[in-house]
Design a protein around this ligand. Structure first.
Ligand code: UDP
Length: 138
């Protein structure tokens, strides 16, 4: 069993797509073991994306991520990190495979609807960024 962090980003929440995206995730068999809705402050978004602070898109990305509410979930399942990343598709929707969440819902490379941890170490840090152990109920 493996856990990963998923975020339904502000562009998708703004368009009321939470239910549709959660249905697609659940259809893969991944289970939700933690879920909350919140609006990140600018500094919380900067903390979450700290690895990207030198990138040219950092200011725009953190402004966007703090522009409205997100739905944050901890997903659990066999090979959850890889399976959920595959379901998301490439960062840029134009390169994402047909049927992936980003191909279906993303507006552009920044407003790409969902986040998923990219490896076990990142997943552990990202899950702990949002959830205490008591909030995970798998
Ligand atoms: N992003 C962006 N411009 C880029 C690359 C990334 O705005 O050229 C945003 C996009 O929202 C992406 C996030 O920054 O999801 C984090 O980038 P990363 O390379 O970690 O992609 P991910 O792991 O989310 O696919």
């Amino acid at each position: 069993m493996e856990r990963t962090l998923a975020i339904i980003k502000p562009d998708a929440v703004e368009r009321n797509l939470q239910g549709e995206i959660i249905r697609i995730i659940q259809q893969t068999g991944l289970r939700i073991v933690g879920m909350k809705m919140l609006r990140l402050s600018r500094s919380q978004a900067e903390g979450f994306y700290a690895v990207h602070r030198e990138r040219p898109f950092f200011a725009s990305l953190t402004e966007y991520m703090s522009s409205g509410p997100c739905v944050v979930m901890c997903l659990e399942g066999a090979d959850a990190i890889r399976r959920y990343r595959e379901l998301l598709g490439a960062t840029n929707r134009d390169h994402a495979a047909e049927g992936t969440i980003r191909r279906i819902f993303a507006l552009d490379v920044e407003r790409n609807s969902c986040h998923g941890s990219d490896g076990p170490d990142t997943a552990a840090v990202e899950i702990a960024y949002f959830f205490s152990t008591l909030e995970l109920v798998g």
